[in-house]
Design a protein around this ligand. Structure first.
Ligand code: NDP
Length: 397
C-alpha cells in the first residue's frame, strides 16, 4: 500500500491522479491533499478521499476550508501556508509525493520531498528547470527516486534500458520529444498578434491547466521539457531533439546506435503516465481507452517552426548558457504568461519578453536554494519592467 501526498490536488494533474487512485483502493491511499486557494474543491476532495491532512497554501482561504470540512463532517488535520506544503512533502506517513503544483511555487516542496527520500512523481516541470542540479543532488542525498509524469518523459523512461541513457552499454544515441504543435500549428507570426487567452488555451489534444496550455501554444512547453529531459536523463542538449507530431499518439522516442527507435504510444490521456509512475515497476489499469490504431490511421511528423515559435530555441539557448539562465527563462515565461492570461500582454510579446529578459539578466552560478530564489526574483522584476514597456507600446486585442 502506497500513501500519497498530492500537492496540486485541485488541478488537472491532481484530478487525473485521484482518478487513478480511486480505481485501486487496495494499492493507494491518500495521506495529504494540498491546493492553493480552491477551498471548496479541496474540501470536496477531502470528503471523497479522507486524507489525514489537508493543506491550503493561501492562509486567507484556511477559514473557508475549515468551515466546509466541519459542515461535511470530515475530521482531518488542516494546515495553511507555503511552509505547510514543505512539511506535507516530508510527512513521515507518506512515501510518495505527487508534485503537481504549477510553476515556481512547487519548487521548495519538490526539493523537500526529494531530500526526504520520497518517491517523487514529478509533473511540476518548472521546478526541475529552475533547479535541476539541486534536485538531482537532493535525490542523491535523500536516497529517493524521481519518476516523470510528463507524458513525454514518462514515454522516454519506458523506452530506456534500466540503467538509463548514460550507462556505458546503453546504446542510446538521442531522444526525440514529440510536440503536438499546439493550437497554432501552421500559423505565421502575423496571424498570432490578436489571439485571445481562451483561443490559446484550446489545445487540440490535451485538457490541461491554463498556464501549461499557453506554454504549449508558444512551444515553451517543449523548451521546458528539453531542459527537464537534460536533467532527468543526463543527456546534453545536442542529444535531445523535438519533432512535431500533431496526433499526440506517439508520446516520445529513444533512438539507439543500432538503428532501432523505441516509442511509447497511447491515447492522449495523462492517466497512462500517472498510473505507470504510481505503480512502477508494475502496471495497473488506468481507465484509459485502448488505442485504436485503425481509427487513428495516420501518424504524421514534421519539424517545429522555430522562427514563428521562438520559445523553443530560447530554452535551448538558456540550457547552453547554464547557471541561472534556465531559472531566468522560467521566471520570465511565468510572468509573461500570467500577463497574457490577464489581458496585459499580446501573445507574440511572450517570446519577446523572455528573449529580452535573457539578454539583459546576468548569468550567475547557482550554489544553493537562496541563489536560485534570488535569480528567480531578479528575473521576475526584470520581466515586469519589460512587460510594462511592451504592453504600453502595443494595443491589446
Ligand atoms: P492546474 O492549473 O490545473 O493546477 C495547478 C494546481 O497547483 C492546483 O491544484 C492549484 O491550486 C495548485 N497551485 C497553484 N499555485 C499554488 C501555490 N502557490 N501553492 C500551492 N499550490 C498551488 O495545472 P496542471 O495540473 O495543468 O499542471 C500542474 C503542473 O503539471 C504544471 O507544472 C504543468 O506544467 C505540469 N504538467 C501538466 C500536464 C497536464 O496535462 N495538465 C501535463 C504535464 C505536466 P488551486 O486550485 O487552489 O489554485
Amino acid at each position: 500500500m502506497r500513501t500519497l501526498a498530492v500537492l496540486g490536488a485541485t488541478g488537472s494533474i491532481g484530478a487525473s491522479t485521484l482518478d487513478v487512485v480511486a480505481r485501486h483502493p487496495d494499492r493507494f491511499r491518500i495521506g495529504v491533499l494540498a491546493a492553493n486557494r480552491s477551498a471548496a474543491a479541496l474540501a470536496d476532495l477531502c470528503a471523497r478521499f479522507r486524507p489525514d491532512q489537508a493543506v491550503i497554501a493561501d492562509p486567507a482561504c484556511a477559514g473557508e476550508l475549515r468551515e466546509r470540512l466541519r459542515e461535511s463532517g470530515v475530521a482531518c488535520r488542516i494546515e495553511a501556508g507555503a511552509q505547510a506544503l514543505v512539511q506535507a512533502a516530508t510527512d513521515a506517513a507518506c512515501d510518495t509525493v505527487v508534485a503537481a503544483i504549477v510553476g515556481a511555487a512547487g519548487l521548495e516542496s519538490t526539493l523537500a520531498a526529494a531530500r526526504a527520500g520520497k518517491r517523487v512523481l514529478l509533473a511540476n516541470k518548472e521546478a526541475i528547470v529552475m533547479a535541476g542540479a539541486m534536485l538531482e543532488a537532493a535525490l542523491v542525498e535523500g536516497g529517493g527516486e524521481l519518476l516523470p509524469l510528463d507524458s513525454e518523459h514518462n514515454a522516454v523512461f519506458q523506452c530506456l534500458p534500466r540503467g538509463g541513457a548514460t550507462s556505458a552499454d546503453s546504446g542510446v544515441r538521442r531522444i526525440l520529444l514529440t510536440a503536438s504543435g499546439g493550437p497554432f500549428r501552421g500559423w505565421k507570426a502575423a496571424d498570432l498578434a490578436d489571439v485571445t487567452p481562451d483561443r490559446a488555451c484550446a489545445h487540440p489534444n490535451w485538457r490541461m491547466g491554463r498556464k501549461i496550455s499557453v506554454d504549449s501554444a508558444t512551444l515553451m512547453n517543449k523548451g521546458l521539457e528539453v531542459i527537464e529531459a537534460h536533467h532527468l536523463f543526463r543527456l546534453p542538449a545536442a542529444r535531445i531533439d523535438v519533432v512535431v507530431h500533431p496526433q499526440s499518439i506517439v508520446h516520445s522516442l529513444v533512438e539507439y546506435v543500432d538503428g532501432s527507435v523505441l516509442a511509447q504510444l497511447g491515447n492522449p490521456d495523462m492517466r497512462t503516465a500517472i498510473a505507470y509512475a504510481l505503480a512502477w515497476p508494475e502496471r495497473v489499469e488506468a481507465g484509459v481507452a485502448p488505442l485504436d490504431l485503425l481509427a487513428v490511421a495516420r501518424l504524421e511528423f514534421e519539424a517545429p517552426d522555430r522562427a514563428t515559435f521562438r520559445c523553443l530555441d530560447l530554452a535551448y539557448q538558456s540550457l547552453d548558457a547554464g547557471g541561472s539562465a534556465p531559472t531566468t527563462l522560467n521566471a520570465a515565461n511565468e510572468e509573461a504568461v500570467a500577463a497574457f492570461l490577464e489581458g496585459r500582454l499580446p501573445f507574440p510579446a511572450i517570446a519577446e519578453t523572455i528573449e529580452r529578459c535573457l539578454a539583459t539578466t546576468e548569468v550567475r552560478p547557482l550554489a544553493d536554494l537562496a541563489s536560485i530564489l534570488d535569480a528567480d526574483l531578479t528575473a521576475r522584476q526584470q520581466a515586469q519592467r519589460i512587460i510594462a514597456s511592451l504592453s504600453g507600446s502595443k494595443p491589446l486585442p
